[in-house]
Design a protein around this ligand. Sequence first.
Ligand code: FES
Length: 118
Amino acid sequence: MEKKYTWHKIAESLEAMPFAESNIIEETIAGRKICVVLHNDEITACSQTCPHAGGKLSAGNVDAAGNIVCPLHRYKFNLKNGRNVSGEGYYLKTFPVEIRPAGVFVGFEENNFFNWLK
Ligand code: FES
């Protein structure tokens, strides 16, 4: 089953994003708060809210292995697949990011409910 995405432009280019100040940027897309993360020249995106108890992940940090670390209880999540790599059994929503000639885009999955039925 192929996933379909609605793509939202968040910047004109990677260079135009304020990663000099922090490697985790908070963005609001269609009313939803997300984190966009630059780590080792790779860009990823995830929900802003920690699935454990609502910690604000943009106030966390990224460890050497590229996991986002929640500032509240230090649980760690893989930014590519959302896995809770510190082992508490949670799952963090992640989003695809594409750098295109027209800018930097984040994809939100379409039609979650109907995709489940297929
Ligand atoms: S709220 Fe994030 S680890 Fe507890």
